[in-house]
Design a protein around this ligand. Structure first.
Ligand code: G3H
Ligand code: 13P
Ligand code: ZN
Length: 309
């Protein structure tokens, strides 16, 4: 079974009103924990690699590890570049065997974002690779934000339609109030579902993507804090909001922070309880298991994609 694109996954997810998890990977244990979960849950799966991950582990190591995961599990995995910042990194990943890339032109003005995205789409489609783009900027939502500042950051529904039509992009990351990292909301979590519904209405059948969608599970926050870490005040997106988004055209939900917290909580706990251990396998094996269980929980209760492979 070769790597696959997300095209079929998204079509099924859209129709079935669920989302596919896109998990960030940086090393072997993270990859193994995630794919073992997907195998046990019989769930569709996207593994994604950031520029930072490529710098840390090198493209070739991550590529070979994901190929090994496909061979080991027989799963139809989609391998995706997360937040590609220019044409060159997208080209390098397309030429290097990825089946999906994100070109993140969200920091550019509308027309520049369109031109950059179009260039990547043309190159990618020629090679059978799919492209995700981003419109609107993800950020932490401040208390007492005024409407115009909010609108300037969030995705404009009419612009989203124009963007999709003019670029030919395969999926679009939108900004409706999620943000990257472990501190997503000051106060009560809020997502702009009215905006999401409008975008979905204007782009029927088109797959949307939610970045910054970790739920920041309290059990890992507590473990980190208990065993010498400090992630006090961490707060993620509530599970029910993500389930709702999955019913409204969001076909891909990005998760990185939750993997980091699960892994780090497990390692902190293990080393605190076993101060004599210095064999990396002793603390990485439970960390891999913690990732697997966390991902299974997501697939069942947040993505609703268990059994949907
Ligand atoms: O959205 C960003 C992802 O969490 C990747 O983070 O650039 O530190 O690998 P990274
Ligand atoms: P989190 O930081 O919420 O896990 O988001 C990850 C992400 O969006 C990767 O692109
Ligand atoms: Zn992201």
């Amino acid at each position: 079974m070769p790597l696959v694109t997300s095209k079929e996954m998204f079509k099924k997810a859209y129709e079935g009103q669920y989302a596919v998890g896109a998990f960030n990977v940086n090393n072997m244990e993270i990859i193994q924990g995630i794919v073992d979960a997907a195998k046990e849950e019989n769930a569709p799966l996207i593994l994604q690699v950031s520029a930072g991950a490529r710098k840390y582990a090198k493209h070739v190591y991550l590529m070979k590890l994901v190929e090994a995961a496909v061979e080991d599990t027989g799963l139809p995995i989609c391998l995706h570049l997360d937040h590609g910042e220019d044409f060159e990194i997208c080209k390098s990943c397309i030429d290097g065997g990825f089946t999906s890339v994100m070109i993140d032109g969200s920091k550019y003005p509308f027309e520049e974002n369109i031109a950059l995205t179009k260039r990547v789409v043309e190159y990618a489609h020629e090679k059978g690779v799919v492209v995700e783009a981003e419109l609107g900027k993800l950020a932490g939502v401040e208390d007492n934000i005024n409407v115009s500042a909010k609108d300037a950051t969030y995705t404009d529904p009419d612009q989203a339609v124009e963007f999709v039509e003019r670029t030919g992009v395969d999926s679009l990351a939108i900004a409706i109030g999620t943000s990257h990292g472990a501190y997503k909301f000051k106060g009560k979590p809020q997502l702009d579902f009215e905006r999401l519904e409008k975008i979905t209405r204007l782009l029927p059948g088109f797959p949307l993507v939610l970045h910054g969608a970790s739920t920041v599970l309290p059990e890992f926050v507590e473990l980190c804090n208990k065993y010498g870490g400090n992630v006090a005040g961490a707060q993620g997106v509530p599970e029910d909001m993500l389930l709702r988004a999955g019913k409204l055209g969001v076909c891909k939900i990005n998760i990185d922070t939750d993997l980091r917290l699960a892994m780090t909580a497990s390692i902190r706990k293990h080393l605190s309880e076993n101060p004599g251990d210095f064999d990396p396998r002793k603390y990485l094996a439970p960390a891999r298991e913690a990732i697997k269980n966390m991902v299974k929980h997501k697939m069942r209760n947040v993505l609703n994609c268990s059994g949907k492979m």
